[in-house]
Ligand binder design. Structure first.
Ligand SMILES: C[S@@+](CC[C@H](N)C(=O)[O-])C[C@H]1O[C@@H](n2cnc3c(N)ncnc32)[C@H](O)[C@@H]1O
Ligand SMILES: [Zn+2]
Length: 275
């Protein structure tokens, strides 16, 4: 499945090292993932989520507030994979593997998670080991240079992560599907209303997916009661608002002891255009 990020030749695993024919080597980490991000592409400012963000996301996701999204995502993906014997699914920008490990429940699936953050990928390995999952592999890599061969995947899934028109089209089979999850207009509106003077609705993401046709769009919205300061803070810290909130806003956040928020998601299913 994996290709060498230097020369694009196939990588073979032997004695815990991936090697290509040209002799480039990538060792499995102690936790069992491989880092296929080239050093020159490793800009610390662009190395994805840091350890604190990964911890916040894990703490929040593990309370299953977003379980209805995980269930719906798996249902939509499984439906598209139902006639395929061993579907290959790539979760691009997989974070700490909450959705990836659930996608691995799809019958016969082989699931590959990639993320540019090594903290996130290390956590994915902990998750699969704890759950005894054997059909998931993880690599540190960029969604804009996927370490997979051409037309190898039946599905690419991207949940709240950067989206690459060219790379997703390259790695998907012609019959493959791209499933993108983004926030709906009302996602977490009540949290923003509690923190900001002028809360705003989210604008739809524009991905420029000109190599794909939109085939299906599902909006999933439900209220979630968040009953503790800790969970409210974890939720806030895993959003982009964590970077751009004033001290006054953070003080209002800290004063919240519970809140009911709208969890709102748009699941889009795209098919590949054939030229
Ligand atoms: C908002 S998080 C979503 C994570 C996960 N999909 C989830 O929903 O729990 C965005 C993720 O994209 C990753 N990321 C950012 N830029 C990336 C890139 N160029 N390639 C791959 N992953 C990237 C971040 O490290 C982070 O884990
Ligand atoms: Zn190579």
């Amino acid at each position: 499945m994996y290709v060498c990020p230097i020369c694009s030749e196939k990588l073979k695993l032997s004695n815990k090292t991936y090697r290509c024919r040209s002799g480039h080597c990538f060792d499995l980490s102690r936790k069992g993932y491989v880092n296929l991000l080239l050093t020159k592409g490793r800009n610390p400012a662009k190395s994805g989520d840091d350890a604190d963000m990964v911890r916040s996301r894990t703490e929040f996701l593990d309370k299953d507030y977003y379980a209805p999204l995980a269930d719906r995502l798996c249902q939509v993906t499984a439906e598209r994979m139902k006639d395929i014997k061993e579907p290959v699914i790539i979760d691009s920008g997989c974070g700490e593997g909450y959705y990836t490990t659930r996608l691995a429940g799809i019958e016969g699936s082989r699931v590959y998670g990639i993320d540019i953050s090594k903290h996130a990928v290390a956590h994915c390995m902990t998750r699969v080991h704890l759950a005894g999952i054997t059909n998931c592999e993880f690599a540190v890599a960029s969604g804009f240079q996927l370490p997979f061969r051409k037309e190898c995947a039946d599905a690419v899934v991207s949940v709240f992560a950067p989206v690459s028109n060219d790379e997703y089209a390259r790695v998907l089979k012609n019959s493959g599907v791209l499933i993108v999850v983004s926030p709906s207009a009302r996602h977490l509106y009540e949290l923003k209303a509690a923190v900001y003077d002028e809360p705003y609705e989210n604008k739809p993401n524009v991905y420029g997916l000109n190599k794909f046709n939109l085939d299906e769009e599902i909006t999933l919205e439900y209220p979630a009661h968040i009953p503790s300061r800790e969970d409210i803070r974890s939720l806030f810290m895993m959003t982009p608002y964590a970077y751009k909130t004033s001290e006054e806003g953070m003080a209002r956040l800290a004063a919240l002891t519970d809140i009911t928020v709208t969890c709102g998601f748009v699941i889009q299913v795209y098919t590949k255009k054939t030229f």
